[in-house]
Design a binder for this molecule. Structure first.
Ligand code: PLP
Length: 378
């Protein structure tokens, strides 16, 4: 019996080498706690690397979005306009606060929130005398949304933009780090992201007051008193100091990781882009994607089969691939949600496949993956 080939994962953790030394430092300082010098250093280094003025390290990207929405006063009866083509963690915090997400379709150019459809939605809501409390675009698969175009729609109405940059650590928009220029941006260091702390998140902003308040709310909202005084309810959302130590090691290699993900995307395109019916997620001219995941698009009638057949063929070779996120407006839990758009997100969901994109992939792994996909072609 032949042994099963080694598993290739979609986007596994890839340590840079310094993480253990930083974790050792955390142990030596005995800050095995949700605060400490490693958390402080992680926030500082993140700001240095990205250009954000202020940042608070948190237990997850979802927590970062929850805090930011709460600080934007999102509450029962409010509407938040969000990308439909995204991961559930982007919009579940809207519902935690009792507010209602309304979904916007993707643009073909960058697969992110379509600014023209956003304008339609905002004008419609303005006509009803009920402006959205916030706009929440996702940076899909590490590609920044077109923030300037989104801001242009929002600013005349004073609607704040909260960017879900969970997948976009290291990505750029018009030369600056993704998320800069938004009211605030949320990042994730979950185990499958481009860099990871095992699990964690961060909220960044140029508004100091917002980050100070997010930090306070993330630590049970203690008032300044020795006896644990509380005038509002907070959360336990702080990043652990040990986890932040892992993050320091990952920040050391962020630029290398982005370069390697981009190399992998280019490799797939060069190798498979010539097959009939095959195309890839485009890189928009407005930025530099971190290429967190390479996404293949199949024209089923030309290629000979659809993404699910390819996914199963890869799985049979012990290779993990995943469908594109199922749009939020198609999810059972949001069956009643309002939706502005056409069929772009739906089409991308039906024809897209996320390929293994981990930075530790070797040439032989890429060859194995490509061979399976080539074998599926007509
Ligand atoms: C991963 C992710 C989140 C949530 O981040 P967690 O750290 O897993 O809570 C939110 N939005 C998007 C688009 C993501 O990919």
């Amino acid at each position: 019996m032949g042994s099963r080939p080694e598993r290739i994962f979609l986007s596994p953790p890839h340590m840079g080498g310094n993480e253990r030394a930083y974790v050792d430092e955390a142990f030596a300082s005995n800050y095995i706690a949700p605060l400490g010098p490693q958390v402080d250093a992680f926030e500082r280094r993140f700001c240095e690397l990205t250009g954000f003025g202020h940042a608070v390290a948190l237990s997850s990207g979802t927590a970062a979005l929850h805090l930011a929405l709460r600080l934007l006063d999102v509450g029962p009866g409010d509407v938040v306009l969000a990308s439909s083509l995204t991961f559930i963690g982007s919009v579940s915090p809207v519902t935690f606060l009792g507010a209602t997400p309304v979904f916007i379709d993707a643009s073909r150019e960058d697969w992110n929130m379509d600014p023209a459809l956003l304008a339609e939605a905002v004008e419609y809501m303005a006509g009803q005398g009920r402006l959205p409390r916030a706009v929440l675009p996702t940076d899909l698969y590490g590609q920044s949304c077109d923030l300037d175009a989104i801001r242009e729609v929002c600013e005349p109405y004073g609607i704040p933009v909260l960017e879900d940059a969970a997948e976009a650590v290291g990505a750029r928009y018009k030369g600056r780090h993704a998320g800069l220029g938004a009211f605030a941006a949320a990042f994730s260091f979950n185990g499958n992201k481009i860099i990871t702390t095992s699990g964690g998140g961060l909220l960044a902003s140029d508004h100091r007051g917002i980050i100070d308040e997010a930090r306070r709310l993330s630590q049970q909202a203690r008032d300044p008193a020795a006896h644990y005084e509380h005038s509002v309810i907070g959360y336990n959302y702080r990043m652990s100091n040990v986890v932040a130590a892992i993050g320091l090691g990952q920040l050391d290699v962020l630029e290398e990781r982005v370069a390697r993900r981009r190399e992998i995307a280019a490799w797939y395109e060069a190798r498979l882009g010539g097959l009939p019916g095959v195309s890839f997620m485009p890189e928009a001219p407005h930025g530099r994607s971190n290429r967190w995941l390479t996404v293949l698009l199949l024209d089923e009638t030309v290629f000979g089969c659809g993404p699910e057949r390819v996914r199963l063929a890869l799985e049979a070779e012990n290779i993990e691939a995943r469908p594109v996120w199922k749009p939020m407006h198609m999810q059972p839990v949001f069956a009643d949600a309002q939706y502005f758009g056409g069929a772009v997100a739906e089409e991308l969901f039906r024809s897209g496949l996320c390929l293994p994109s981990g930075t530790a992939l070797r040439e032989t792994d890429l060859e194995r993956i490509a061979a399976v996909i080539e074998g599926c072609a007509r």
